[in-house]
Design a protein. Structure first.
Length: 287
């Protein structure tokens, strides 16, 4: 174990924050790593325009000084909120996962640069399915998930509902490079070991894809995983995967993340986004 590594939990104070904390602590406990609680504050500066044509110099200087004081006060409030949020999150984790160590990180600015600051320490990232900006919409997955997933080379666990310790998982498999990598990632990590596993391919695929399915299942079995391979027919891959999940009470899904470029996605859509938006179960994305 590299002692500098952690499972990074991105919290924002939205309704999914406790779920993020719990799944991050569960993930970290499987790896014997600490949780890194990350809260990123964005404090907008006041809009300052040249008002010299409308008011006098003395009046303008007075207003600028007042705006500066407002900025300072706003920053103090944001800092106080951030401090309270990370301390509450820490207490929440410690109440159920007392053996998991916790690190606290507070940053100003944007989320992605803050995550990339810890690039060498991140073993995995945990995010909420919808952030504070989408708190009233269940179908929205949060504006930053795809951005972070495309930039990350470690697994990202997306969650929203109340934590439930997983007892089963499924890997969405289509023979692509990202799907093969997802199966490889599961096989080399202890996170899902001991759970009932399923690796599922939907639709009519060529012989090479079918052979890849068998090879992926064999790789998992060789690593000591209990896994069943399934090749099912369905008109739509996403609906087929979600139906299998429901019928078999699958607790957590593993999906290859955004195999197409953003340009291709404009024309083809994104299976990754559809799955995340259509299930309330946690999803592990592998890029």
């Amino acid at each position: 174990m590299t002692t500098s590594q952690h499972v990074l939990a991105c919290i924002d104070g939205s309704a999914v924050t406790e779920s993020v904390c719990d799944y991050a602590a569960w993930y970290a406990s499987k790896l014997n790593l600490p949780v890194g609680l990350l809260h990123v504050s964005e404090v907008p500066a006041s809009t300052r325009r040249d008002l010299s044509g409308a008011i006098g110099v003395n009046s303008r200087q007075f207003l600028l000084e007042e705006l500066t004081q407002m900025d300072e006060q706003r920053a103090k409030v944001v800092n106080s909120y951030s401090n309270a949020l990370v301390q509450d999150a820490k207490s929440h984790i410690q109440s159920d996962f007392e053996d998991v160590a916790i690190r606290i990180y507070q940053r100003r600015g944007k989320l992605l640069p803050a995550i990339e600051h810890f690039k060498t320490e991140n073993r995995a990232i945990v995010m909420g399915r919808r952030g504070e900006d989408h708190k009233n919409s269940r179908i929205n997955i949060g504006s930053q998930i795809e951005t972070v997933a495309r930039a990350s080379d470690v697994p990202i666990l997306i969650c929203s509902e109340t934590f439930k310790a997983p007892s089963s998982y499924m890997i969405a498999f289509d023979g692509s490079k990202t799907a093969i990598k997802a199966a490889w990632m599961v096989a080399r990590s202890p996170v899902l070991k001991g759970l009932q596993g399923h690796i599922v391919m939907i639709g009519s695929h060529n012989d090479a894809a079918k052979q890849s399915l068998s090879a992926a299942a064999a790789q998992l079995e060789a690593a000591g995983f209990v896994v069943a391979a399934h090749h099912l027919s369905a008109a739509d891959a996403v609906n087929g995967l979600l139906a299998f999940q429901t019928e078999n009470n699958i607790d957590i899904m593993v999906v290859g993340a955004y195999g197409h470029s953003k340009l291709q996605q404009l024309f083809l859509g994104s299976t990754t986004t559809e799955i995340i938006a259509s299930t309330l179960s946690p999803v592990i994305l592998v890029r």
